[in-house]
Design a protein around this ligand. Sequence first.
Ligand code: BDR
Ligand code: CA
Length: 317
Amino acid sequence: MTHAIIIDTDPGIDDAFAIALAHYSPAIEILGLTTVFGNVSVAQSTDNAAALNALLGSDYPIAAGCGLPLQQAPNDFPDFVHGHNGFGDVDYTVPPYTAQPVDAADFIIETLRARPGEVTLVPIGPLSNIAMALHREPRVAQWAKGVVLMGGAGTVGGNVSPVAEANIWNDAAAAQKVFEASWEIVMVGLDVTHRVVMPRTAAQALAESSPKVGGFLAEISDFYANFYESTRGFAGFCVHDPTAIAYIIDPSLFGTRRGLVEVTTSGPGIGQTIFAETGKEEYPDPIWASRSNVSLCTEVQGDDILELIQSTLGAAP
Ligand code: BDR
Ligand code: CA
């Protein structure tokens, strides 16, 4: 069975891995790339999506989206994680391209309207475009097959504050709007992505078996690995966004817990994703039993995901 998806993205080094993984997976049909600020500005992330189309030899529609969070003041771009250009400050060519005449939110709305019940949204950046689509057309929550997102930290600490993960922290109000909508959400957050760590040797192996695509990914991941190894003590780099793609390809690689997520939208804890497991506790405030629409990934077979990335991308040119 093929999964039709829209990838909402802020490329970004791990976003590049994710888009390449989805492109080469026979289980996935990419309907479009919608872009958002996050790792870089939205102008840069849109150019980077076009550069990935050129790298992959694809022609996915690209729709540019939000350049700012819905409510909060914007955070600085994390150039120390992804480089100033989002691709580890490696030089690359942005081909001539034409973005869609509609913005990301309208692209999402029109695509879901045309294929109700068939399309999964895969946000791997801040959730601003998805919230904007919900704001303009609340029926997208019924039309989407579901949402599989990379973001949040349900049972573990954060990566940009003690409690917040970067994608949620970058637009907390948007995330709250997405989590409270009446659709099925799979949350692929730091609970699992901090356990899917690609060693430099694996990136090198990818470059050897796939000189063009794997070679570019390995080259840009050098900068990213420096960050993870020197500041976070990982033996390699976290492949956050590809882990969300891996969930779509093979959900049996994950264990999940069911519940709801409320997002902290102000104060020092902004961006925290508070997970309340269905049926576990009775709390006085009824909000904690008000929904059960989130499957939080809490278990992962990280080595199998690295193997999936290697076997899928290793066959690329
Ligand atoms: C997320 O933040 C970005 O830096 C990555 O691309 C990923 O989507 C990880 O917290
Ligand atoms: Ca991302």
